[in-house]
Design a protein. Structure first.
Length: 209
């Protein structure tokens, strides 16, 4: 394996020879996204949450369960002039759809728990600051394109897919399609690295250099 495959891009985290930063979409939005991430997830190459601030600059990541046991920073999770919602399908959650968007007059702040289904569920239930914030759930959509981790949730999607779908409903701009195209490239290159796909099966192929 060449040096270009051994050294990782610090942004997209793919080997330099497979770097996709030039294809990464970027959106300037009114909606703010706050991602609550388990500390151990930030170094996992298959984690998609680290891409959120790069694709959506009006967003941030806050960590929970750090190695020093520093509690989650819940200060200013949302601004006073915004409408905060936790994007997680708990019972009683409102469906995020066009009618809901029309009914809101303030910019939205989406607070999104990251991690697997079990981690996200615990996070929502155990963080007191999230208890009083209303919950949103996505409408039923197509299956996830995420093939890097298994899930017991039939309708489960990864963090990046969930946020892209939510922001497409709220802001439009073709966000979902552009993010999913980039996401497909990323997933297929990672699967090729794991010898799960042939080079001929990877969208756009594999660079020769």
């Amino acid at each position: 394996m060449t040096l270009a495959y051994q050294i990782k891009c610090i942004s997209c985290r793919l080997p330099l020879n497979l770097c996709l930063c030039a294809q990464m979409p970027w959106f300037k939005l009114k909606t703010r996204v706050v991602l609550l991430m388990q500390w151990g997830e930030h170094k996992v190459i298959s984690n998609t949450g680290h891409l959120i601030p790069k694709i959506f600059p009006n967003s941030e990541i806050r960590f929970r369960g750090s190695k020093d046991e520093v509690p989650l920073n819940v200060e200013r999770l949302f601004e006073a002039d915004s409408a905060p919602y936790v994007l997680y399908p708990l019972g009683g959650a409102k469906e995020l759809n066009a009618d809901f968007v029309k009914s809101t007059s303030k910019p939205l702040t989406l607070i999104v728990p990251d991690g697997n289904w079990r981690q996200a569920s615990k996070m929502v239930k155990r963080i007191p600051a999230l208890q009083s914030i209303p919950k949103l759930t996505l409408p039923v959509g197509p299956p996830s394109r995420y093939r890097l981790r298994s899930t017991k949730q039939v309708d489960g999607v990864c963090t990046l897919e969930a946020i892209a779908r939510a922001l497409e409903i709220i802001e439009g701009q073709g966000i979902q399609g552009q993010v999913e195209r980039y996401f497909t490239l990323m997933v297929e290159r990672m699967l090729w690295l794991r010898s799960k796909l042939k080079a001929s099966e990877v969208t756009g192929g594999i660079p020769n250099n």
